[in-house]
Design a protein around this ligand. Structure first.
Ligand code: ZN
Length: 94
């Protein structure tokens, strides 16, 4: 689990929801990313990308791209959403 300030992360997540507008797939990806950031102990930001051990026991390294099936199919995935949330969170922290 990432050590994050819950209030600051919530603000980042709210901004992200505002940005994606009516895109249901991104809304779903952000919601899953939020839940995983809160509960998945195997998420680590290496300074460039977010390393994630997923429920399916795959390790993904996400920033603008990802190695999962959804990304291969051109769909939003929660790995990319989580990577973006963490990047925005860190920017806000400086
Ligand atoms: Zn992915």
């Amino acid at each position: 689990m990432m050590n994050v300030d819950a209030g600051r992360m919530q603000a980042v997540i709210q901004e992200a929801f505002d940005k994606v507008g009516s895109s249901r797939r991104w809304q779903t990806a952000i919601a899953k990313a939020k839940q995983q950031l809160e509960t998945n102990p195997y998420i680590h930001f290496d300074g460039v990308a977010l390393l994630i051990l997923s429920d399916s026991n795959e390790i993904y390294r996400a920033n603008g791209s990802c190695q999962c099936k959804a990304f291969a199919n051109g769909q939003p995935c929660w790995h990319r959403a989580a990577a973006r949330l963490v990047q925005l969170y860190i920017e806000k922290s400086h």
